[in-house]
Design a protein around this ligand. Sequence first.
Ligand SMILES: Nc1ncnc2c1ncn2[C@@H]1O[C@H](COP(=O)(O)OP(=O)(O)OP(=O)(O)O)[C@@H](O)[C@H]1O
Ligand SMILES: O=c1ccn([C@@H]2O[C@H](COP(=O)(O)O)[C@@H](O)[C@H]2O)c(=O)[nH]1
Length: 245
Amino acid sequence: MSEPQHRPYRRVLLKVSGEVLMGDTPYGIDTKTVESVAEDIREIVQSGVELCLVIGGGNIFRGMAGAAKGMERSSADYMGMLATVMNALAMQDALERIGVSTRVQSAIPMATVCEPYIRRRAQRHLEKGRVVIFAAGTGNPFFTTDTAAALRAAEMQCDALFKGTSVDGIYSADPKKDPEAKRYDTLDYMDVLAKDLRVMDASAVALMRDNNIPIVVFSIKGRGNLLNVLKGQGTHTVVSGVRAA
Ligand SMILES: Nc1ncnc2c1ncn2[C@@H]1O[C@H](COP(=O)(O)OP(=O)(O)OP(=O)(O)O)[C@@H](O)[C@H]1O
Ligand SMILES: O=c1ccn([C@@H]2O[C@H](COP(=O)(O)O)[C@@H](O)[C@H]2O)c(=O)[nH]1
């Protein structure tokens, strides 16, 4: 497999898997894990990268899980979106405690808690060096935070979408289920879609393909991984329009 190509990124959207924020606990927010991710984020903000964040909600609630137990899907999805607001506030708190200036913007307006999502305002925050945390996904049920991350990455004209998750890249099959699965260094958008490699929603991958924004999948579990991957080092998979040789 070829070495991943490094290109400098000026503005990045980082999607953090909600499940990672559980740390070793079975549910919810592990403060130490949130603090560790916050330290990683501070490092890359200090390196001059403009950073926005989308955090999943899988550590608290997923709409599909509620629907599987008989809930109306839309109501369950709104609960999932509210879960992402809790994660966003936890991350904001951890970042501000270590001196990183942040704003939370929610796709579901909640005026007493955070700003509503306003695209031009978010861009201004980024220009000023603030980390913008986009909460409540897209604000619509039947979507996921992967799609929200892709949507905001396109709106913010990001140079890359980083997906920080619990696996260190995209494999030929789910590595948690298939120990024989092989990791790719690079992939074309179409490969991910055609091979049905389910590390990220197909709608998110298609949106990134249409806007020619590379996706970088890496494990955010190890301290320092984010900066390494940003430098083009460490283990990760880059998805772009460039097919591997
Ligand atoms: N081909 C594949 N390569 C790598 N990972 C895969 C693949 N197929 C499925 N996966 C799974 O995808 C998951 C990565 O997605 P993640 O858990 O971050 O989901 P998410 O829904 O975005 O996050 P959350 O809901 O926790 O916020 C990993 O747990 C991994 O086991
Ligand atoms: O745009 C969106 C984003 C999310 N949801 C709901 O939230 C949960 C948690 O998000 P994950 O991406 O699974 O971490 C998701 O399962 C949906 O129920 C949504 O409805 N719309």
